[in-house]
Design a protein around this ligand. Sequence first.
Ligand SMILES: Nc1ncnc2c1ncn2[C@@H]1O[C@H](COP(=O)(O)OP(=O)(O)O)[C@@H](O)[C@H]1O
Ligand SMILES: [Mg+2]
Length: 222
Amino acid sequence: MAFIELKGIDYHINKKNKKLNMLFENLNLAIEGNEFITIVGANGIGKTTLSKLIIGVLKPDKGQVLLENINIEDYKRYEIGRKIGYLFQNPEIQLFNAKIYEELMFAYEFGEGISDEVRKRYDTVIKDLSLEKAVNTPIKQLSQGEKQRVAIGTILMNNPKFIILDEPTVGLNQELIDDLRVILLKIYHKGIGVLLISHDNEFVKSLPTKVLTLSKGGRISV
Ligand SMILES: Nc1ncnc2c1ncn2[C@@H]1O[C@H](COP(=O)(O)OP(=O)(O)O)[C@@H](O)[C@H]1O
Ligand SMILES: [Mg+2]
């Protein structure tokens, strides 16, 4: 049983004029939970759309998305978030608190409460993401790289089994890209599966990842 399975997916961009807007036709993909996979492909080919189908934000017109063998539509949004973390192409939109502590603890503070385990996880996440020096700075004043790491931190606080990152190197300088590589490797070596979407060939080549190419109509090749 694969962790994520896409079976016979059809997806149209424009639901009214289906013939002209077929993005995916009979797309099939199986991803294991402990894999490091990268999806590459031309601009506009459907990489972001595919990732949003995987987390159930978009619904296929035909076919099924299974998460641990259960239809993604049968999960509640927060249940999906605890299994799959998703870093948006512009992670700033994922942040809405003043400081890092509030941002990372938000779901716990207003949910099940902050247990010792959660506090320990927070310390680990701050350390793994090298955010120690940023904790007293308002999030708004953090650098782009730091904001991205805070967004990754909020994801890791959920203790996900898998993480999806959509074009995480866009807009980062070489130093930040190198930092991101270290972070991705740390995440992967903790046993968290990774699906990276990237057209940054140099970055992809530097990672221990299986590379899949998405092409027209939703064809996927190794
Ligand atoms: N909200 C939207 N409305 C209309 N067309 C969209 C929308 N989002 C994406 N598209 C179109 O769907 C196709 C796939 O987009 P996307 O998944 O973002 O590609 P990629 O991430 O590979 O660049 C593109 O042709 C894009 O123009
Ligand atoms: Mg995209």
